[in-house]
Design a protein around this ligand. Structure first.
Ligand code: THU
Length: 159
């Protein structure tokens, strides 16, 4: 028997100015994407902006429904739309920003487990790391690969 400790890495920024120009652009796109949120039930507006390997930025926002499970998170609206419209273009970086009643949350947006699993699928499909940027009013986090936010990723091809 042995006890094992996992290590994960991420970068934390105190302000957007510390980020690269292209990451700043993606963060701004995620903030803009919040305008597309349809969230009359939670009043929680999530914006997502996904940069593809060809430079295109695809926006997404959470969509809610009176039958709650029929809604969808911002991250998945962006990823599914991107995959449906650019099926052969790898995903590069996904930025996410959450707002409560229109006010950007202080702590960085943390994607739900289902969205992390979908990220893992596309990371595997394209064979390259999918980076995520979690935007908050007080700080921003950047993760270089899905493995760092979803340890022991489910992968049906592994035994
Ligand atoms: N939501 C997202 O859009 N992304 C996440 O990763 C977590 C939650 C949405 C779903 C729902 O519309 C609202 O936030 C409140 O849970």
């Amino acid at each position: 028997m042995k006890e094992i400790t996992l290590k994960l890495n991420y970068t934390e920024y105190d302000s957007i100015e510390e980020m690269s120009a292209e990451d700043q652009q993606l963060v701004k796109a995620a903030l803009e994407s919040q305008a597309g949120s349809y969230s009359p039930y939670s009043n929680f507006q999530v914006g997502a902006a996904l940069r593809l390997a060809n430079g295109v930025i695809v926006k997404g926002a959470n969509q809610e429904n009176a039958a709650y499970p029929s809604g969808l998170c911002a991250e998945r609206t962006a990823m599914f739309w991107a995959s449906a419209n650019y099926p052969d273009v790898p995903f590069d970086t996904l930025a996410i920003a959450g707002a409560d009643h229109g006010e950007l949350c202080e702590s960085p947006a943390s994607p739900c487990g289902a969205c992390r699993q979908v990220m893992a699928e596309y990371q595997k499909k394209y064979g390259r790391p999918l980076k995520t940027i979690w935007v908050g009013a007080k700080r921003i986090r950047k993760f270089e690969k899905v493995d760092d936010i979803l340890p022991f990723i489910f992968d049906s091809l592994k035994v």
